[in-house]
Structure formats: C-alpha cells, structure tokens
Write a protein that binds this ligand. Sequence first.
Ligand code: PLP
Length: 371
Amino acid sequence: MTQNDPRLTPLIAALPSTMPFNCPDDVERALERPFAARIGANECGFGPSPKALEAISKAAPEIWKYGDGDCHDLRMALADHHQIGPEHIMIGEGIDGLLGQLVRLTVTEGTPVVTSRGSYPTFNYHVKGYGGVLHEVPYTGDHEDPERLIAKARSTGARLIYISNPNNPMGNWHDADVIARMISEVPEGALLILDEAYCDFAPASATLPIVPDDPRVIRMRTFSKAYGLAGQRVGYAIGAVPIISAFDRIRNQFGVNMLGQVAALAALHDRDWYTNILQWTSEARARIGSIAEANGLRPLTSATNFVTIDCGADGELSKRIVAELGKDAIFIRMPFQPPQNRCIRVSTGNAEALDAFEAALPAALERARKS
Ligand SMILES: Cc1ncc(COP(=O)(O)O)c(C=O)c1O
C-alpha cells in the first residue's frame, strides 16, 4: 500500500495503484534478457510501413516544434479516407487516450456505465478514475452480448455503453446487423462506444457503414494495430459533431505528437503495406491455429491480430502456461475472467516469433500441466 499524499482528492486517495495491463517492457526487464517472441500485446509484429519510417526520419529534425494541435493534415486525410466531414473526427493519443477523454466528458462520481465483464479493461480503468459506477454483464458463450448490455444500460440509466467489435480478448465478432440493432436500441441519454481497434482484420460483414451524424454511437479506430504504430500513440474517434467537438474543451492541445501524426499520415497512404499486413496477419493466425491444434489445444476463430486458444481447463492452467512460456522468453497474455480465462491469447507475429512459440509450447504445456 503506497502512502497517500493528503492533497489527493478523496476519489483518487481511495483508488488502488493500478495499470490495466502488465507492460511488456516490465516483463522483459524482470526476465533479464530479450524476449524470443513478443506476442502478447496485440502489436503489429510485422512492423510499420517503410514509408512511415521514412516520413519519421524526414520530420525528425523538426521535433523542436510543437506538433499541429489540430492534427489538420491527418484529419483531412482520414476524412477523405472515410468519405466524411473532418468535423466528425477527433484524433487522440490512441484509443486509450480518447477513452479517457470521453469518460472525462461524460462521467462524474456516481455516473453509471455498462461494459462486459472481462472485456478490454482500459475503459474500466478510466471510469474508476472519474468515479463512475461500472455495471458489468457477463459474456454469452464467448461473445459480448449486445442485448444484455442494452438491457443493463436501461435498468441502470447508464450514460456510456462499451463494446469492442471485434472483441478483445476473445477475437470474435458480431456482424454489422447485430451492431446496427444494438445502436437502434441505445436508450435515450446513453452513448454507445464502439471500439473498432481490430476492424481492419475483420470480415467486411462485421463493419457497419459510417453514419457520422448518428448521436447514439461514437466509434474508435487506431493506428496501433493494422498500421503498426502502437508506440506512436495515434487513434481517432468518429461521431456526431456535438460529441466530437466537446473533446476540444478538455483535450491536451499538443497531445498527439508530431512524429505520430507524420507516421500515421504516411501509413494511411501506404495501402500496399496495409494490404501486406492484413495478409501476413491472416497467415500468422492460421499458423498459430495449427500450432495450437498440434498441441491438442483449440484455437478460436479470430477476426483480429491475435488468436485466443482454449486450453480446455481453468484459469490456473492458463496462468501456468503463460508463466512457463514466459520462462522461455515467450511473452503472451490471457483473458482475466472465468470462463474465458480457460484460454491463452497469442498475438500474430513474424515467422521468427512464431517459430520460437512453436518450439517452446510443447515443453511449456507439459511443465504447466505437471506443476
Ligand atoms: C479493444 C482495444 N481497444 C483499444 C486498444 C488500444 O488502442 P490504442 O493503442 O489506440 O490506445 C486495444 C489494444 O490492445 C484494444 O485491444
């Protein structure tokens, strides 16, 4: 327990020190050697577009300047890419940063919000930081359940409803018609956050056309996954003008760093690299599935850049598998909540990373089952 500085607000003083995730770099430091495979954080193991790297090098001497507080060029390019007006787009420090800002805009102490138990935890972390009251509904099977989420939003008077489609940590998805029905049922006074961090990897049937004026939903996208720029921290929200323009009241004006903007713009324009990433990701998913099956495990169908693998027992076994692979410098993660924690989660990566995973898995499984 850390000592509380008496100047903290009562809300913050009552919060535990917490991070939504263990940081890969902390794990690597504890390991005291480099990872053989960094396939736990759903990063893009194939790297960023070479054109993004070139753009970063070219812009690097300019970093004495603040970045463009309006992210003008990137916002215009995204507006063109999605064929919507730029006033419907807010760029931020990744989806994580935008979620924090959106919670700040809408949640105060006691505000009810709804999410799924075991879904992407960063949203919950922000809600707790602003004193909101989290109402969690269970998954149905291994899917987030739109009907349950909406019913809970109705019964609690929730201001925000969060769903990720495709879903982290399970990798599955709902088709667009299911999400369209969910949007049509968003209660008066509530806002649906549709986190589409992985939509690039999903079948076309999973992604709704963008209706930018719809005030019931705000959609979140990122350059961290299919564009390979997680370290640059660039994401964006798409929504109706009243909610998008509200970010201007609280956002950190120079929060999106200059090299991030430059890199994202170049990556957005490099459609060939983007297509390669989708292809390599799909091949890597298939390979992870084969490795799992060869070891008697069941890979779940994924529309993301990771594969969730059912290990057929409980969370204790999965935890031991994660730990045993960790000893071999293979970094993976697992879902937090039962029954999804019967699974481990393996991010796609290049051939070298998957070779290391394939080599380490049989013995790691054996040790995990014995201990
Ligand atoms: C569902 C989901 N949303 C958001 C993020 C984070 O996105 P960003 O890097 O843009 O903050 C992740 C990262 O793993 C994620 O799984």
